[in-house]
Design a binder for this molecule. Sequence first.
Ligand code: MG
Length: 264
Amino acid sequence: MNLKDIRLFLFDMDGTIYLGDQLFDFTKELLRTIRESGRDYRFLTNNSSKGVEAYVAKMARLGIEAAPEDFVTSAHATIYYLKEHHPGARLYVCGTQSLIGQFETAGFAVPQDIEQTDVIVLGFDTELTFKKLEDICKLLAAHPDMPYIATHPDFVCPTEYGSVPDCGSVIEALHYATGKRPVVIGKPQPLIVELAMKSAGVTAAQTAVVGDRLYTDVKSGLNAGATAILVMSGETTPEILAASEDKPDLVLESGAQILAALKE
Ligand SMILES: [Mg+2]
């Protein structure tokens, strides 16, 4: 495959274009080269704890001028899914105030009274309390068929000191308690990739998903029929790659190799 045929690059963020608070050396030139050559990019993130404004601000701190339209998050994909499958539903949201605000802005009611719930939504809740876990257990006990949706399946979120439990770990905790598993929306499901392709007006054949995690980034690219590129600049080691069933179309040291290919 020729990287020059790609019109849209969908970048994961942490481990792909930066690591924690450190932008990779190649990132600015890569992003500039993509747009100057008439191609385009979006940033895809499964992290539903923060709104797009927070990512625009983080990029600005790292020296990258980004617009809200440059990001597609698992919250966007979840809102799209809810509008398709549960229009007008009243939500119980186990998530941050920021996530609740995004659902409300999209027109969904998030009532205080948990009896008023039609659909349960679980996000990456950095404001998690035991009461919220209990609320979900109560709802699923009283209404075993209530639609239950999670924004994404990542087990852990990287931090400067190691990892913290992400949405996937809470999915497992609730599965032990209730026997239930949610419908999961973000990567590796193709919806977030499809929304990004739609916003850029390109086909899967013209799109590459670039990320450092096999079971979310690479798999979402494969599931969407796009080119799936693994970069070894983040969490995947050669041992993890060798043991994985998710085989990327291309394995690169880092995004620097994409830059080199586009400049050839
Ligand atoms: Mg990553």
